[in-house]
Design a protein around this ligand. Structure first.
Ligand code: ZN
Length: 424
Protein backbone atom coordinates (compact mmCIF):
# COMPACT_ATOMS: atom_id res chain seq x y z
CA UNK A 1 0.00 0.00 0.00
CA UNK A 2 2.72 2.40 1.08
CA UNK A 3 4.84 1.46 -1.88
CA UNK A 4 2.11 2.05 -4.43
CA UNK A 5 1.47 5.47 -2.94
CA UNK A 6 5.09 6.51 -3.30
CA UNK A 7 5.14 5.21 -6.89
CA UNK A 8 2.13 7.26 -7.86
CA UNK A 9 3.00 10.33 -5.82
CA UNK A 10 5.77 11.52 -8.04
CA UNK A 11 9.54 11.64 -8.19
CA UNK A 12 10.53 13.55 -5.06
CA UNK A 13 8.71 11.29 -2.67
CA UNK A 14 10.07 8.13 -4.30
CA UNK A 15 13.59 9.43 -4.11
CA UNK A 16 13.20 10.21 -0.43
CA UNK A 17 11.80 6.72 0.08
CA UNK A 18 14.72 5.10 -1.69
CA UNK A 19 17.47 7.01 0.07
CA UNK A 20 16.01 6.64 3.53
CA UNK A 21 18.63 4.76 5.56
CA UNK A 22 17.86 1.11 6.04
CA UNK A 23 16.81 0.98 9.69
CA UNK A 24 18.05 -2.57 10.11
CA UNK A 25 21.48 -1.80 8.66
CA UNK A 26 23.44 -1.98 11.92
CA UNK A 27 21.21 -4.22 13.99
CA UNK A 28 23.41 -7.28 13.52
CA UNK A 29 26.30 -5.40 15.16
CA UNK A 30 24.42 -5.44 18.48
CA UNK A 31 26.26 -7.73 20.89
CA UNK A 32 23.69 -9.02 23.37
CA UNK A 33 26.27 -11.18 25.13
CA UNK A 34 28.02 -8.14 26.62
CA UNK A 35 24.89 -6.17 27.54
CA UNK A 36 23.63 -5.84 31.13
CA UNK A 37 22.78 -2.15 31.80
CA UNK A 38 23.56 -2.68 35.51
CA UNK A 39 26.01 0.17 35.87
CA UNK A 40 25.37 3.67 37.09
CA UNK A 41 24.04 5.65 34.12
CA UNK A 42 26.91 8.10 33.72
CA UNK A 43 28.98 8.97 30.65
CA UNK A 44 32.14 6.86 30.73
CA UNK A 45 34.13 9.80 29.34
CA UNK A 46 32.66 13.01 30.83
CA UNK A 47 31.01 11.44 33.95
CA UNK A 48 27.91 13.48 33.14
CA UNK A 49 24.71 11.85 34.39
CA UNK A 50 22.14 13.46 32.12
CA UNK A 51 21.06 12.49 28.60
CA UNK A 52 22.91 9.17 28.70
CA UNK A 53 22.91 6.54 25.97
CA UNK A 54 24.09 2.95 26.07
CA UNK A 55 26.13 1.56 23.20
CA UNK A 56 24.59 -1.76 22.17
CA UNK A 57 27.86 -2.95 20.69
CA UNK A 58 30.16 -2.57 23.71
CA UNK A 59 27.84 -1.89 26.73
CA UNK A 60 29.53 1.47 27.50
CA UNK A 61 27.55 4.61 28.32
CA UNK A 62 27.97 8.07 26.75
CA UNK A 63 26.38 11.50 26.84
CA UNK A 64 24.26 13.07 24.12
CA UNK A 65 23.75 12.70 20.38
CA UNK A 66 24.92 16.08 19.09
CA UNK A 67 28.05 16.33 16.97
CA UNK A 68 30.28 17.32 19.87
CA UNK A 69 28.91 14.70 22.27
CA UNK A 70 30.84 11.78 23.69
CA UNK A 71 28.27 9.42 22.22
CA UNK A 72 28.69 10.84 18.71
CA UNK A 73 32.49 10.67 18.95
CA UNK A 74 32.31 7.09 20.20
CA UNK A 75 30.28 6.08 17.17
CA UNK A 76 32.90 7.62 14.84
CA UNK A 77 36.00 6.48 16.70
CA UNK A 78 34.88 2.94 17.45
CA UNK A 79 32.60 2.39 14.45
CA UNK A 80 29.74 1.52 16.86
CA UNK A 81 26.34 2.67 15.64
CA UNK A 82 23.36 1.49 17.69
CA UNK A 83 22.49 3.29 20.95
CA UNK A 84 19.64 3.28 23.41
CA UNK A 85 18.46 6.28 25.39
CA UNK A 86 18.08 5.48 29.08
CA UNK A 87 15.54 8.31 29.42
CA UNK A 88 13.11 7.16 26.72
CA UNK A 89 14.26 3.62 25.79
CA UNK A 90 14.27 4.79 22.16
CA UNK A 91 16.99 3.49 19.85
CA UNK A 92 19.24 5.72 17.74
CA UNK A 93 21.70 5.21 14.93
CA UNK A 94 24.81 7.40 15.06
CA UNK A 95 26.59 9.28 13.55
CA UNK A 96 23.67 9.52 11.07
CA UNK A 97 21.54 10.49 14.09
CA UNK A 98 18.14 9.03 13.40
CA UNK A 99 15.73 7.20 15.63
CA UNK A 100 14.68 3.66 14.82
CA UNK A 101 11.00 3.48 13.93
CA UNK A 102 8.81 1.56 16.36
CA UNK A 103 8.45 -1.41 14.02
CA UNK A 104 12.21 -1.87 13.85
CA UNK A 105 12.56 -1.09 17.55
CA UNK A 106 10.10 -3.84 18.38
CA UNK A 107 12.73 -6.36 17.29
CA UNK A 108 14.84 -4.99 20.18
CA UNK A 109 12.09 -5.45 22.76
CA UNK A 110 14.24 -7.91 24.71
CA UNK A 111 16.78 -5.11 25.23
CA UNK A 112 14.11 -2.77 26.60
CA UNK A 113 12.99 -5.56 28.93
CA UNK A 114 16.55 -6.08 30.09
CA UNK A 115 16.91 -2.36 30.90
CA UNK A 116 13.57 -2.11 32.64
CA UNK A 117 11.81 -5.38 33.48
CA UNK A 118 8.20 -4.93 34.56
CA UNK A 119 5.54 -7.22 35.98
CA UNK A 120 1.78 -7.01 35.65
CA UNK A 121 1.09 -9.93 37.95
CA UNK A 122 3.25 -12.16 40.09
CA UNK A 123 1.93 -15.51 38.94
CA UNK A 124 5.33 -16.54 37.60
CA UNK A 125 7.06 -15.51 40.82
CA UNK A 126 4.67 -17.60 42.88
CA UNK A 127 4.04 -20.53 40.51
CA UNK A 128 6.65 -20.94 37.78
CA UNK A 129 9.27 -23.31 39.18
CA UNK A 130 11.02 -24.02 35.87
CA UNK A 131 14.63 -22.86 35.54
CA UNK A 132 15.48 -20.16 33.03
CA UNK A 133 18.49 -19.90 30.73
CA UNK A 134 20.67 -16.94 29.85
CA UNK A 135 22.04 -16.24 26.35
CA UNK A 136 24.89 -18.65 26.95
CA UNK A 137 22.54 -21.41 27.99
CA UNK A 138 23.46 -21.02 31.65
CA UNK A 139 20.68 -22.12 33.95
CA UNK A 140 19.41 -19.75 36.64
CA UNK A 141 16.48 -19.39 38.99
CA UNK A 142 14.69 -16.02 38.87
CA UNK A 143 14.95 -14.43 42.32
CA UNK A 144 18.13 -16.35 43.10
CA UNK A 145 20.73 -14.78 40.85
CA UNK A 146 24.28 -14.06 41.95
CA UNK A 147 25.36 -10.45 42.46
CA UNK A 148 28.71 -9.15 41.26
CA UNK A 149 31.28 -8.37 43.93
CA UNK A 150 33.57 -5.51 42.87
CA UNK A 151 35.94 -6.34 45.73
CA UNK A 152 34.23 -5.62 49.03
CA UNK A 153 30.55 -4.93 48.38
CA UNK A 154 29.40 -8.41 49.50
CA UNK A 155 28.37 -6.64 52.75
CA UNK A 156 25.67 -4.80 50.77
CA UNK A 157 24.78 -7.59 48.34
CA UNK A 158 23.80 -10.02 51.13
CA UNK A 159 21.40 -7.42 52.57
CA UNK A 160 19.90 -6.69 49.14
CA UNK A 161 19.39 -10.43 48.58
CA UNK A 162 17.58 -10.65 51.94
CA UNK A 163 15.28 -7.71 51.22
CA UNK A 164 14.43 -9.15 47.80
CA UNK A 165 12.92 -12.14 49.61
CA UNK A 166 10.75 -10.33 52.11
CA UNK A 167 7.47 -10.94 50.30
CA UNK A 168 5.41 -7.79 51.01
CA UNK A 169 8.40 -5.55 50.21
CA UNK A 170 9.38 -7.61 47.17
CA UNK A 171 5.85 -7.60 45.74
CA UNK A 172 5.55 -3.84 46.26
CA UNK A 173 8.87 -3.24 44.46
CA UNK A 174 8.02 -5.61 41.59
CA UNK A 175 4.56 -4.24 40.90
CA UNK A 176 4.91 -0.50 41.43
CA UNK A 177 7.81 0.98 39.46
CA UNK A 178 5.58 3.73 38.08
CA UNK A 179 4.39 4.73 41.56
CA UNK A 180 8.03 5.06 42.58
CA UNK A 181 8.95 7.72 40.02
CA UNK A 182 8.95 10.34 42.78
CA UNK A 183 11.49 8.33 44.77
CA UNK A 184 15.17 7.74 44.12
CA UNK A 185 16.35 5.06 46.53
CA UNK A 186 13.18 2.96 46.36
CA UNK A 187 13.07 3.31 42.56
CA UNK A 188 16.65 2.06 42.25
CA UNK A 189 16.02 -0.80 44.67
CA UNK A 190 12.87 -1.65 42.71
CA UNK A 191 14.86 -1.81 39.48
CA UNK A 192 17.44 -4.14 41.05
CA UNK A 193 14.78 -6.45 42.49
CA UNK A 194 12.86 -6.45 39.18
CA UNK A 195 16.08 -7.56 37.47
CA UNK A 196 16.70 -10.24 40.10
CA UNK A 197 13.34 -11.84 39.29
CA UNK A 198 13.55 -11.43 35.51
CA UNK A 199 13.07 -14.61 33.48
CA UNK A 200 14.74 -12.83 30.53
CA UNK A 201 18.27 -12.07 31.72
CA UNK A 202 21.03 -12.04 29.09
CA UNK A 203 23.57 -13.11 31.76
CA UNK A 204 22.80 -15.43 34.68
CA UNK A 205 23.95 -12.84 37.22
CA UNK A 206 23.49 -9.13 37.77
CA UNK A 207 25.17 -6.26 39.52
CA UNK A 208 24.08 -3.85 42.25
CA UNK A 209 26.54 -1.22 40.95
CA UNK A 210 23.95 1.45 40.08
CA UNK A 211 22.17 1.25 43.46
CA UNK A 212 25.36 1.18 45.54
CA UNK A 213 26.90 4.07 43.60
CA UNK A 214 23.76 6.08 44.34
CA UNK A 215 23.92 5.15 48.04
CA UNK A 216 27.62 5.99 48.10
CA UNK A 217 26.85 9.53 46.91
CA UNK A 218 23.91 9.83 49.28
CA UNK A 219 25.93 8.74 52.33
CA UNK A 220 29.07 10.64 51.42
CA UNK A 221 30.82 7.30 50.84
CA UNK A 222 29.91 5.84 54.24
CA UNK A 223 28.66 2.87 52.22
CA UNK A 224 30.46 2.32 48.95
CA UNK A 225 31.85 -0.23 46.53
CA UNK A 226 35.38 0.51 47.67
CA UNK A 227 35.49 -0.21 51.36
CA UNK A 228 33.86 -2.80 53.48
CA UNK A 229 31.11 -2.04 55.97
CA UNK A 230 29.02 -4.04 58.38
CA UNK A 231 25.94 -5.55 56.70
CA UNK A 232 24.02 -4.74 59.88
CA UNK A 233 24.87 -1.02 59.62
CA UNK A 234 23.97 -1.03 55.94
CA UNK A 235 20.60 -2.68 56.66
CA UNK A 236 19.71 -0.20 59.42
CA UNK A 237 20.64 2.72 57.18
CA UNK A 238 18.67 1.28 54.27
CA UNK A 239 15.53 0.58 56.33
CA UNK A 240 15.58 4.08 57.79
CA UNK A 241 16.24 5.75 54.44
CA UNK A 242 13.52 3.75 52.64
CA UNK A 243 11.06 4.38 55.47
CA UNK A 244 11.73 8.10 55.31
CA UNK A 245 11.45 8.26 51.53
CA UNK A 246 8.29 6.14 51.28
CA UNK A 247 6.48 7.99 54.07
CA UNK A 248 7.48 11.40 52.69
CA UNK A 249 6.88 10.78 48.98
CA UNK A 250 4.15 8.13 48.98
CA UNK A 251 2.65 8.47 52.47
CA UNK A 252 3.05 4.73 53.02
CA UNK A 253 4.32 3.25 56.28
CA UNK A 254 5.28 0.09 54.36
CA UNK A 255 8.75 -0.32 55.87
CA UNK A 256 7.76 0.14 59.49
CA UNK A 257 4.67 -2.04 59.06
CA UNK A 258 6.87 -4.89 57.85
CA UNK A 259 10.08 -4.57 59.83
CA UNK A 260 9.46 -2.52 62.95
CA UNK A 261 8.76 -3.87 66.42
CA UNK A 262 8.27 -2.07 69.72
CA UNK A 263 9.95 -2.56 73.05
CA UNK A 264 9.65 -1.01 76.48
CA UNK A 265 12.66 0.51 78.10
CA UNK A 266 13.09 2.39 81.34
CA UNK A 267 12.68 5.59 79.37
CA UNK A 268 9.42 4.43 77.78
CA UNK A 269 8.49 2.73 74.52
CA UNK A 270 10.82 2.63 71.58
CA UNK A 271 10.81 1.15 68.10
CA UNK A 272 13.39 -1.27 66.73
CA UNK A 273 14.42 -2.63 63.32
CA UNK A 274 16.39 -5.54 64.73
CA UNK A 275 17.41 -7.30 67.90
CA UNK A 276 21.07 -7.62 68.82
CA UNK A 277 22.09 -10.89 70.45
CA UNK A 278 25.37 -11.12 72.36
CA UNK A 279 27.24 -14.40 72.48
CA UNK A 280 28.69 -15.67 75.74
CA UNK A 281 32.48 -15.17 75.88
CA UNK A 282 34.54 -18.17 74.86
CA UNK A 283 37.86 -19.78 75.61
CA UNK A 284 38.69 -21.90 72.66
CA UNK A 285 41.34 -24.24 73.98
CA UNK A 286 40.30 -26.79 76.54
CA UNK A 287 43.24 -28.23 78.51
CA UNK A 288 45.48 -26.53 76.04
CA UNK A 289 44.83 -29.32 73.58
CA UNK A 290 41.53 -29.85 71.90
CA UNK A 291 39.69 -27.18 70.00
CA UNK A 292 36.13 -27.03 71.18
CA UNK A 293 33.68 -24.68 69.56
CA UNK A 294 30.87 -23.91 72.02
CA UNK A 295 27.24 -24.13 70.98
CA UNK A 296 24.17 -22.28 72.16
CA UNK A 297 20.51 -22.52 71.19
CA UNK A 298 19.05 -19.43 69.54
CA UNK A 299 16.05 -19.49 71.90
CA UNK A 300 18.42 -19.42 74.91
CA UNK A 301 20.31 -16.53 73.38
CA UNK A 302 17.06 -14.58 72.98
CA UNK A 303 15.90 -15.45 76.52
CA UNK A 304 19.24 -14.17 77.80
CA UNK A 305 18.50 -10.66 76.58
CA UNK A 306 16.53 -8.36 78.81
CA UNK A 307 14.57 -6.64 76.08
CA UNK A 308 10.94 -6.14 77.00
CA UNK A 309 9.34 -6.56 73.58
CA UNK A 310 5.73 -5.40 73.44
CA UNK A 311 5.21 -5.80 69.69
CA UNK A 312 6.90 -8.40 67.54
CA UNK A 313 7.29 -7.33 63.90
CA UNK A 314 6.07 -9.23 60.85
CA UNK A 315 9.71 -9.67 59.87
CA UNK A 316 11.99 -10.31 62.82
CA UNK A 317 15.64 -9.45 62.19
CA UNK A 318 18.23 -10.88 64.56
CA UNK A 319 21.81 -9.69 64.59
CA UNK A 320 24.36 -11.90 66.28
CA UNK A 321 27.18 -9.84 67.66
CA UNK A 322 30.34 -11.90 67.03
CA UNK A 323 33.05 -9.32 66.86
CA UNK A 324 34.93 -8.72 70.04
CA UNK A 325 37.53 -6.02 69.68
CA UNK A 326 38.35 -5.90 73.39
CA UNK A 327 40.44 -9.04 73.35
CA UNK A 328 41.67 -11.44 70.75
CA UNK A 329 40.04 -14.83 70.86
CA UNK A 330 42.77 -17.43 70.68
CA UNK A 331 42.81 -20.06 68.00
CA UNK A 332 41.07 -18.80 64.93
CA UNK A 333 43.84 -17.16 62.92
CA UNK A 334 44.26 -14.63 65.74
CA UNK A 335 40.77 -13.47 64.89
CA UNK A 336 38.49 -11.38 67.09
CA UNK A 337 35.43 -13.27 65.90
CA UNK A 338 33.51 -15.31 68.46
CA UNK A 339 33.06 -18.71 66.70
CA UNK A 340 30.19 -19.99 68.90
CA UNK A 341 27.72 -22.06 66.90
CA UNK A 342 24.16 -20.85 67.29
CA UNK A 343 21.72 -23.75 66.94
CA UNK A 344 18.32 -23.08 65.46
CA UNK A 345 15.50 -24.80 63.63
CA UNK A 346 14.89 -22.95 60.35
CA UNK A 347 11.29 -24.23 60.28
CA UNK A 348 10.26 -22.71 63.56
CA UNK A 349 11.31 -20.17 66.14
CA UNK A 350 8.91 -19.34 68.93
CA UNK A 351 9.42 -16.03 70.68
CA UNK A 352 6.93 -14.10 72.76
CA UNK A 353 4.18 -16.53 71.77
CA UNK A 354 4.80 -15.79 68.05
CA UNK A 355 5.92 -18.41 65.56
CA UNK A 356 8.50 -17.48 62.94
CA UNK A 357 10.18 -19.31 60.08
CA UNK A 358 13.62 -18.52 58.71
CA UNK A 359 13.71 -16.67 55.39
CA UNK A 360 17.37 -15.69 55.12
CA UNK A 361 20.59 -16.36 56.97
CA UNK A 362 23.69 -14.21 56.49
CA UNK A 363 26.89 -15.96 57.51
CA UNK A 364 30.46 -14.91 57.43
CA UNK A 365 33.88 -16.34 57.03
CA UNK A 366 36.83 -14.62 58.63
CA UNK A 367 40.17 -14.78 56.95
CA UNK A 368 40.90 -15.39 53.30
CA UNK A 369 38.28 -17.03 51.23
CA UNK A 370 39.39 -19.19 48.33
CA UNK A 371 37.35 -17.01 45.97
CA UNK A 372 38.55 -13.84 47.47
CA UNK A 373 41.83 -12.19 46.68
CA UNK A 374 42.31 -9.11 48.79
CA UNK A 375 45.54 -7.86 50.24
CA UNK A 376 44.26 -7.51 53.76
CA UNK A 377 44.84 -10.78 55.60
CA UNK A 378 41.98 -10.47 58.06
CA UNK A 379 39.31 -9.91 55.48
CA UNK A 380 35.72 -10.81 56.28
CA UNK A 381 33.50 -12.22 53.59
CA UNK A 382 29.72 -12.51 53.72
CA UNK A 383 27.39 -14.94 51.98
CA UNK A 384 23.68 -15.47 52.32
CA UNK A 385 21.46 -18.53 52.49
CA UNK A 386 17.90 -18.02 51.32
CA UNK A 387 14.83 -20.19 51.39
CA UNK A 388 13.28 -20.98 48.02
CA UNK A 389 9.77 -21.89 49.11
CA UNK A 390 8.52 -22.48 45.56
CA UNK A 391 11.02 -25.31 45.00
CA UNK A 392 11.25 -26.30 48.67
CA UNK A 393 15.00 -25.83 48.91
CA UNK A 394 17.66 -23.59 50.41
CA UNK A 395 20.16 -21.80 48.22
CA UNK A 396 23.44 -20.27 49.24
CA UNK A 397 24.48 -17.16 47.36
CA UNK A 398 28.18 -16.42 47.55
CA UNK A 399 28.85 -13.51 45.18
CA UNK A 400 28.12 -15.03 41.75
CA UNK A 401 27.89 -18.60 42.98
CA UNK A 402 24.40 -19.96 43.72
CA UNK A 403 24.26 -23.48 45.13
CA UNK A 404 21.74 -25.62 47.01
CA UNK A 405 22.52 -26.17 50.67
CA UNK A 406 21.12 -28.64 53.17
CA UNK A 407 18.59 -26.99 55.46
CA UNK A 408 19.78 -29.09 58.40
CA UNK A 409 23.35 -27.81 58.02
CA UNK A 410 22.56 -24.11 58.01
CA UNK A 411 23.33 -23.67 61.71
CA UNK A 412 26.90 -24.95 61.28
CA UNK A 413 27.92 -21.66 59.73
CA UNK A 414 28.92 -18.55 61.62
CA UNK A 415 25.55 -16.90 61.56
CA UNK A 416 25.75 -13.13 61.40
CA UNK A 417 22.21 -11.91 60.74
CA UNK A 418 18.89 -13.68 60.31
CA UNK A 419 15.59 -12.64 58.80
CA UNK A 420 12.57 -14.50 60.19
CA UNK A 421 9.01 -14.23 58.86
CA UNK A 422 5.97 -14.49 61.08
CA UNK A 423 3.93 -17.62 60.36
CA UNK A 424 0.25 -17.23 59.73
ZN1 ZN B 1 30.50 1.05 21.83
Amino acid sequence: MKRRQSETNGESKRTRFDTRPDPTLYLDTINRNVLDFDYEKVCSVSLSDTNIYGCLVCNKYFRGRSMDSECFLHSINEDHHVFVSFDTLNFYILPENYQLDEQTASSLKDIRTLINPTYTDLVAVYQDATPKYDLNGRKYIPGFVGLNNFGVNDYANVILQCLAHVEPLRDFLLLNPSKLHKTNLAAKLSLLVRKMYSPNLFKAHISSHELIQYISTLTNKKFSLNHQSEPRDFLVWLLNALDKELTTELQTPLMSSIFQGKLRTQAGKSKFWMITLKLPPVTLFKDGARLEVPQIALEDLIKGTNYNIIKYPQILTLYIHRRDDSKKIAGVHGSNINPTIVKFNPSQLVVGGQKYELLANIVFTAGKDENYSMDESDQTHYKVQIRDSLRDQWLEMNDLKVEPIEKDLLFLNQTYLQVWGKMH
